[in-house]
Structures are given as structure tokens and as C-alpha cells.
Design a protein around this ligand. Structure first.
Ligand code: DSN
Length: 415
């Protein structure tokens, strides 16, 4: 038996300890991050890591899968109940694979997909020129209204009628508003297209019953579990029964090999957590926090794309501060506030520079921060962005952010 312990790899111990310290002392406002409770971490690193298995419950290509079948079925049944889905595949290794698997399941090479423009908030797997899907399928993009930055459903419909795509994808990475699933369904029905709801960012609010559940409106509902759900890395597909076999085949062996057993177990635990009143309260608070922060930032004269938020996402146009997104990101990092630069609709800058930053309130809320702390946060963000070259001011703000973070430790949430 291998006797190696982690003590023998001090380089890695040091890196992880440094990252743990960074997580405690900084506030991660990355909109695609959540905070996994200890239960999720325990299961994600459990003895299930030792298992290699392929196939699906009752149809494995390996022996010894009795408990793994129980585990996967538990995850599937919990997701079915939580979202009212007819069929669930919990094997996708990530959110991108959920989209790729759906395309693989129902499209032929050259088929058309209508999805959101990446500059308006769409995801890489919605037709980025360098994404592998773009080599196989033809992507057409809809965008947002120039004045309101809200999805232009009339343009979307016109594009759908003109191009007749096989799939219309709804759902985004940086659009702060809820999607009108009913409208998408109606448009798709006019051209007999499928609707894919890519709700990686908003699935926590759907689970909590705050956002409209797209399951009745979309043939396919795709998501990852680590943005607004407190889950492990990985994705999940919900679909109608008629597509069950095609989706399962597209995930395995179409896109993936053996499953990440320990993460599927953690997905099952995540779905149990998501059904609790405690989680629903947190989901409500994530939105309350983001609305408070958005209002404060606007009152301080900052420009919010779409003028507000329905979710954990705030997309801030930083041009009014005389900054690019890249400089704003770096400035906020100097004070311990971690965001990502993000393009805004009709951005004159390239994505590497960008004119905006995306802010998410999931982690802050999971650290138990509430409206009072959001007021503080708005003031930190405003001061930092207004004095981006004043190192003394940034250093003072950094210690204030650290004080705030120390009052809301992450370790406490892990117990
Ligand atoms: N989809 C990317 C994001 O929103 O940041 C990563 O999950």
C-alpha cells in the first residue's frame, strides 16, 4: 500500500494554504463561483474517487457497480423531483459539455443554432469562433437592444424566421436579467425548433422557486452546479423522456468516457441541499444583496448594464470612471475584491481589455453577508474605482475589505 501523505508534498500544501488564506481575506465576487459546504467537499474527495466505471445504472461496462448505480440513481431522482424533469443525465464533467452533448444529440453537422451574441452575454459554447462546436454547426447570434441592453426578442424572432435554426439557445453568462422562456418557446414553435435553456448561472434561483422554471418550456435544460448552487464542479442535463436515449448516448460515449464518480455523489448531495428551506433563504438573499449593491452603485453614479439585476449578476460599465474593464479588475483586486473584466453590449474594446466588470453576490451571501455589508461593499468599489492610482487609498481600502472578510469567515460555513 502506498504510504505517501500530503505532508510529503509541501510545495502543494503551501499553494493550497495560500489559496485558503486568499479566499478568507479577499471577497470573491466572481459571478460563476459559489461556496461548497463541507458536506460537498467531503463527498467530492471521498473513496468514490477510487472507482472507474462507464455506462449508466443497470447498463455498466464494468462489474462492481451496485453502489455506484444507487448513487447515480439518487442524484437523478433528486434532480427529477427538484426540477420536475422527465429525464436527467448527471454525468457531464462541466457546463460546456452539457451544451455540446445536446448539440451532438439532436443536430447534424452544418445545422443551425440561434444563440446569444457573446458580446451581449452569451457563452463560449454558444458559438465562439474558437469553440469546437463552431467548426461543426452554424451559429447565428441574437443580441440586446442598443438603448436598454435587454434581449431584443423581436430581433430574435426575425432571425429565427429568417434562418430557421434547429435549436434556439437561451441563457447567458453575463446578462443580469431573467429570460422570457415562454416567449422563446413561442418563437421556437413557429419554426419547429428545440429550445435549450442554458441556466448555468440561474439554476439556484430556479431550484429555489424564485425564477421561472424553464423545464415546461424547453426540451433541454443545461446547467453547472457551482455558480448559484452550492455544488461540486460538473454539469447536468434535464430533458424530455423522448430525448433520453439520445442525450445519454451523446454524453457517453459521445462526449465523455468514464464518469467522475465522486462528483456525481456530490451532485446528489447538492440537490438535497437545494431542496431545503435554508438554501431557499440563501438564494433569496443572493438576489436581495445584488439588488442592494446595484442600487447603491447606481446612486453613486455608476452605470449598470440593463439598469439593474434579477439575479446574482451585476454588469458594471466602468467607462464613466475613465477606466477599462482590465484596469478596473486589477484595481479591485488590489483592495481584495475579486471580479472579472467583462465585455458590455456594443463594447468598443476587445474582450481582453473590455469596458465592464461582472460582479456576483453568491459567495458574499454564502459567507452570510447581508444588505448592511452590501452598502459597505458599494462604497469600497466606488472609492477604489474613483481613486485607482492612489496607492495609499487602495491600501487603506484593502485593510477594510480584510476586516469585513474576517467578520464573515468561510471556514465557519464549512463546519
Ligand atoms: N461560464 C463561465 C463564467 O460564467 O464565468 C465559467 O463557468
Amino acid at each position: 500500500m502506498l504510504k505517501f501523505t500530503l505532508d510529503q508534498d509541501q510545495e502543494m500544501v503551501q499553494i493550497i494554504n495560500n489559496e485558503a488564506k486568499r479566499q478568507e481575506e479577499c471577497l470573491d465576487l466572481i459571478a460563476s463561483q459559489s461556496l461548497a459546504p463541507k458536506a460537498i467537499m467531503d463527498v467530492s474527495g471521498s473513496i468514490l474517487t477510487n472507482r472507474t466505471i462507464e455506462g449508466y445504472p443497470g447498463k455498466r461496462y464494468y462489474a462492481g457497480g451496485r453502489y455506484l448505480d444507487e448513487m447515480e440513481l439518487l442524484a437523478i431522482n433528486r434532480a427529477k423531483e427538484l426540477f420536475g424533469a422527465e429525464h436527467v443525465n448527471v454525468q457531464p464533467h462541466c457546463g460546456t459539455n452539457t451544451n455540446m452533448a445536446v448539440y451532438h444529440a439532436v443536430l447534424q453537422p452544418g445545422d443551425k443554432v440561434l444563440a446569444m451574441n457573446l458580446a451581449a452575454g452569451g457563452h463560449l459554447s454558444h458559438g465562439h469562433p474558437l469553440n469546437s462546436g463552431t467548426r461543426i454547426y452554424e451559429f447565428i447570434h441574437y443580441g440586446v437592444d442598443k438603448d436598454t441592453s435587454l434581449i431584443d426578442y423581436d430581433e430574435l424572432r426575425n432571425l429565427a424566421l429568417e434562418h430557421k435554426p434547429r435549436i434556439i439557445v437561451g441563457g447567458t453568462s453575463s446578462y443580469p436579467r431573467e429570460i422570457d422562456w415562454k416567449r422563446l418557446r413561442e418563437i421556437a414553435d413557429e419554426i419547429s425548433a428545440y429550445v435549450v435553456a442554458d441556466v448555468a448561472h440561474t439554476i439556484g434561483f430556479i431550484a429555489a422557486g424564485i425564477h421561472v422554471n424553464p423545464v415546461p418550456y424547453a426540451e433541454f435544460v443545461n446547467f453547472s452546479l457551482y455558480k448559484t448552487l452550492p455544488g461540486p464542479r460538473g454539469g447536468c442535463i434535464l430533458c424530455r423522456k423522448e430525448f433520453a436515449a439520445d442525450i445519454d448516448r451523446a454524453v457517453f460515449p459521445g462526449y465523455q468516457g468514464s464518469m467522475l464518480t465522486q462528483l456525481i455523489a456530490a451532485k446528489a448531495v447538492c440537490f438535497k441541499i437545494a431542496a431545503t428551506e435554508e438554501f431557499k433563504d440563501i438564494a433569496r438573499q443572493i438576489i436581495a444583496n445584488s439588488r442592494t449593491l446595484a442600487r447603491d452603485l447606481e446612486e453613486k453614479g455608476m452605470t449598470l448594464v440593463t439598469g439593474g439585476t434579477d439575479s446574482h449578476i451585476i454588469l458594471l460599465d466602468v467607462r464613466g470612471k475613465g477606466l477599462t474593464g482590465k484596469i478596473a479588475e486589477k484595481t479591485l483586486e488590489k483592495v481584495g475584491l475579486i471580479v472579472n473584466r467583462n465585455v458590455i453590449p456594443f463594447d468598443p474594446e476587445k474582450p481582453w481589455i473590455a469596458s465592464g466588470v461582472r460582479i456576483g453576490t453568491t459567495v458574499a451571501t454564502m459567507r452570510d453577508m447581508k444588505e448592511t455589508e452590501m452598502h459597505q461593499l458599494a462604497s469600497f468599489i466606488d472609492k477604489a474605482l474613483s481613486h485607482s492610482e492612489n496607492e495609499m487609498m487602495l491600501s487603506e481600502l484593502k485593510s477594510q475589505v480584510k476586516d469585513l472578510c474576517e467578520r464573515f469567515p468561510i471556514l465557519r460555513r464549512r463546519v
